[in-house]
Design a protein around this ligand. Sequence first.
Ligand SMILES: Cc1cc2nc3c(=O)[nH]c(=O)nc-3n(C[C@H](O)[C@H](O)[C@H](O)COP(=O)(O)O)c2cc1C
Length: 348
Amino acid sequence: MELKHLTAAWKRGTDFLGTRYAILCGAMTWVSESNLVAAISNEGGFGVLAGGNMPPDLLSREIEATRRKTRFPFGVNLITVAPNFKDQIEVVVREKAPFVFFAGSIPSGRDIEQAKTGGGKVICFAPVLSLARRLIKQGADALVIEGNEAGGHIGPVATSVLAQEFLLSLTEVPIFVAGGIGTGEMIAQYLMLGAAGAQLGTRFVVAEECVAHPRFKEAFIRAQARDAMPTSQFDPSLPTIPVRAIVNEGTKDFNRLQFDLLSKVKSGEIPREEAQVKLEEFWVGALRRAVVEGDVEHGSLMAGQSVAFVRKIQPVREIIEDLVSAAERKLAELSGGGPVVPAGSLCR
Ligand SMILES: Cc1cc2nc3c(=O)[nH]c(=O)nc-3n(C[C@H](O)[C@H](O)[C@H](O)COP(=O)(O)O)c2cc1C
């Protein structure tokens, strides 16, 4: 299919990433390892390794394994609050990872600077405009904005609102939009608003090339948008970051753990920080049980509301072709046959 409209609409994104398509498969812990990442990049998208939870030597091996499986660009995602974060930065520098994504919280200027010494570009998640501007000043080469429709750890604001806030007022760096995107038509809409590209996670979980357990994939295929719910924080004395996942027994396990830890914090039995670490450890362990062992009852089924658009297991090539062709058709329709000019493109 000739991409008459898309090629121009996401040029900023494809130029930045060095890809055919500005479609990223966001890092997913336990899910985004070398097979899925390489498959995405080989099919013209941009895969991102989930490095945040990997011990440094495994991270190093996974980067090498990905390089053996694809000659196309890919990224490495690090979580700033992970216990091995500082050692992991050293790994991405040593391995000369071409793109480093910082998730979890806001990285320091020094982290960004250090990551760039390996020659790679740095992409940061930006929750609010003021922090986005600071990150750009500190050297971030691009941003991801992720709305709370997304799977996994989420912020409080919807993708549609973040998109208007960021895309209409920030033009210094490419901005990739994530959260709740399940169709090419939606990608086209965000491109029209000025996005450089789109990041999806949930839809790629059911890719044939994804190593996730078949029961994990089946749970995604069965679920509706309303099944992917965020967790609640019970009391501000134990702050928790909401996690969006398909509701199951694991959700109840998390709630019980939160109550238990909350009473321990309140009675002074353990400090708040220790309780927060335990809550985060719960997610890493529960996600592993679901993704790797197929425990879809008590494991965590982190998924976005875009699970509504997950209907069958498909090869990565088919998922990407489906997204690309639908986005192209939508842009053609919106343009009424003329050239498509995304918002903000005149001031870049
Ligand atoms: C199972 C799962 C695990 C995830 N793990 C991570 C992670 O480790 N680091 C990260 O930055 N984002 C993580 N995410 C978010 C994705 O990278 C991506 O931004 C998000 O899935 C996009 O929204 P969508 O779920 O609506 O497609 C995860 C998402 C899912 C569904």
